[in-house]
Design a protein around this ligand. Structure first.
Ligand SMILES: [Zn+2]
Length: 346
């Protein structure tokens, strides 16, 4: 830390990060990240760590900002491996900076918050999302960035859309970025944007736990009862079945969602697919998770219920393409993040 003021802001950012991390409508699992610029150093959440642990654990990594921005500018693939820019003597645990470090470096403001806010995502997956956001964010300097894989492609997409004064980004099929000069201002802007983008969730009936238990085999109920909603609402189920809506879904749950056919139990689904999916949706009953599903998978299954319940059921949706799904599954940086997640860094 360069100054006392920077140290105070970093402490404030850790407190805000923990509170963001504890709100499943704002961030899920190791998703979302926060940062503070102190002189030439960017303090950013480490890859694979959870924001909710920001107060109890050391999750912030220092990164040398100028060379990272130069790599983005030059379209140097090194920008896709931000660990090369970590300041090693200030990083005794050898943590890797977030895959999304470049998003934070590109924003000129001192404090940047990136969240997978379910209200934002629900709009960011609609084909008419940009127009719908424009209707709601009057008076705010915001920009819409279409979907790109996080890392260098997303950084280039943001660089094209940034203009002076922009402090809010809506990332297509992904989430929200807000930026400000202080932690307090960033928090206020985050809450303002969230409330402007908020939409009510469609209500659903209760899950049929008895029916699910009878079908379960080696599978188990989700950690969060709210995860069932996606299988209990016909519109949400239809949206989920049609494909992958945002990257962390693919990372933690695989491509799209598996829906059981009438009369099928878990064993029947596995036999039909020739593999055991992380989660299975049983229409009208609820969701079952594979016995070894991670805490991150549970958080993302709840997220799917929260997002789809807010999407306008008459809207056309943008799904990740087969190529976009594949590049997430076969991505070295994400395999690292999942490994940390499985190891219980959570
Ligand atoms: Zn993200």
């Amino acid at each position: 830390m360069a100054t006392q003021a920077d140290a105070q802001e970093l402490a404030a950012l850790r407190a805000l990060s923990a509170s963001i991390g504890l709100n499943p409508h704002m961030t899920q699992a190791a998703g979302g990240n926060t940062s503070l610029k102190a002189g030439d150093t960017l303090w950013i959440k480490a890859s694979g760590t959870w924001l909710k642990d920001a107060l109890s654990d050391d999750i912030m990594v220092p990164v040398a900002m100028a060379p990272l921005l130069e790599a983005v500018e030059q379209r140097d693939p090194a920008a896709d491996k931000p660990q090369a820019f970590a300041i090693e003597h200030l990083n005794p645990r050898g943590l890797r900076p977030s895959i999304e470090t470049t998003v934070h470096a590109l924003m000129p403001q001192r404090v940047v918050l990136h969240v997978h806010c379910v209200d934002t995502i629900s709009l960011a997956v609609q084909a008419d999302g940009e127009a719908e956001v424009a209707r709601r964010l009057g008076g705010i300097e915001w920009a819409w960035v279409p979907y790109f894989r996080p890392g260098l492609p997303l950084a280039r997409g943001i660089a094209e859309k940034l203009r002076p004064g922009v402090d809010v980004l809506i990332l297509g099929n992904h989430g929200l970025v807000v930026a400000a000069e202080t932690v307090a201002e960033a928090e206020a802007l985050l809450h303002r944007v969230r409330s402007l983008l908020a939409r009510p969730a469609r209500a659903t009936a209760a899950p049929d736990v008895a029916a699910l238990t009878a079908l379960a085999g080696d599978y188990r109920l989700p950690a969060d009862v709210k995860a069932h909603a996606v299988a209990l609402d016909a519109e949400s189920l239809h949206m989920a079945e049609a494909g992958s809506l945002y990257p962390d879904h693919v990372i933690f749950l695989g491509q799209g969602s598996v829906v059981a056919k009438p009369g099928e139990d878990v064993a029947g689904v596995i036999a039909r697919l020739g593999m055991a999916p992380v989660a299975i949706l049983f229409p009208g009953a609820g969701v079952l998770m594979r016995g070894d599903a991670s805490a991150g998978a549970d958080a993302m299954q709840r997220c799917l219920a929260d997002v789809t319940a807010r999407v306008d059921d008459k809207a056309r949706l943008n799904y990740l393409t087969p190529a976009e799904n594949d590049e997430l599954v076969n991505w070295d940086a994400e395999q690292y993040r999942q490994k940390l997640n499985a190891a219980g860094t959570a």
